[in-house]
Design a protein around this ligand. Structure first.
Ligand SMILES: C[S@@+](CC[C@H](N)C(=O)[O-])C[C@H]1O[C@@H](n2cnc3c(N)ncnc32)[C@H](O)[C@@H]1O
Length: 252
């Protein structure tokens, strides 16, 4: 009874770091882009080059967007939070000269460290430094928001004056995903509403990827608090999980 009362007041947050340690050891590429051809047994040279080409194209579309919205933007350093095997970190280093990738998963970091670019650095914690551009894509959705909001605040504090941030979060999902773990908002054809049923994560085995929705107004509040007064948002839809890539520039 006491235990039940305790767990009611402090709902357990899933240890997603453990999930990602397992995914990084077993299927590091498929863990980043879930297509069959990126599974270890299928990952030939063509698949590998397509995998990294997608990162190059993502980074260039991010910087094009930053420049379109905020004008001249020429970052000389980048932080890539949740870097995985370096899909975005490598093109970020090519673009800026130096990029630091952060990841919790040793298996992911081991793969990422195979890239030879001299301006690449990989670590498992966010350093207490400033960067001209802080990027995080397809990562926060895999971290429970109970932890993720603090991470976002920390990332935004790492952006140098006049620097930029490009951060992707998910904030809702369509009705087909209404009863999945991590859902906060259902975005239906005719209305948007909070979810009514919450499925528990406890029965899902370790090593499984779970998607988490964030509260967008809370996230926007964190940007405001960190000194980003102009934001631009592009919607994204990953198979019915709906989110936003937020582009922002800090005051000089
Ligand atoms: C889907 S992958 C995306 C990798 C990379 N951002 C990309 O777009 O290629 C998600 C990554 O986030 C990492 N991750 C999950 N939780 C994390 C945490 N708490 N801190 C740092 N990285 C984390 C995972 O290990 C994984 O490498």
């Amino acid at each position: 009874m006491i235990r039940r009362l305790f767990s009611k007041s402090q709902p357990e947050v899933r240890d997603t770091d453990r999930d990602w340690a397992i995914i990084g050891e077993t299927e590091p590429y498929f863990g980043v882009l879930t297509a069959e051809r990126f599974k270890r047994k299928n990952l030939d040279a063509d698949a590998q080059s397509d995998f990294f080409r997608s990162g190059h194209s993502d980074v260039h579309s991010f910087i094009d967007r930053m420049r379109l919205v905020f004008g001249a933007f020429d970052p000389r350093s980048a932080l890539d939070f949740g870097c995985g095997v370096g899909r975005l970190t490598v093109p970020l280093a090519e673009l800026t000269g130096t990029a630091t990738g952060i990841d919790i998963s040793p298996g992911m970091l081991a793969e990422a460290r195979k890239h030879p670019h001299p301006g690449l650095h990989f670590r498992d914690t966010i350093p207490d430094e400033e960067f001209d551009w802080v990027v995080s894509a397809i990562v926060l959705q895999h971290i429970p928001p109970e932890r993720g909001y603090d991470i976002i605040a920390n990332l935004l504090a790492r952006v140098a004056p006049n620097g930029g941030a490009t951060i992707q979060i998910m904030f809702g999902r369509n009705e087909a995903h209404e009863n999945t773990v991590g859902a906060r908002l259902v975005i239906g054809e005719d209305k948007v509403r909070p979810i009514v049923s919450v499925v528990k994560h406890e029965n899902i085995p370790a090593g499984i990827m779970i998607m988490h929705d964030y509260d967008l107004s809370l996230v926007v509040g964190l940007f405001y608090q960190a000194g980003f007064k102009r934001l631009f948002l592009d919607h994204c839809d990953h198979g019915g999980i709906i989110g936003a890539t937020i582009y922002a520039r800090k005051e000089a």
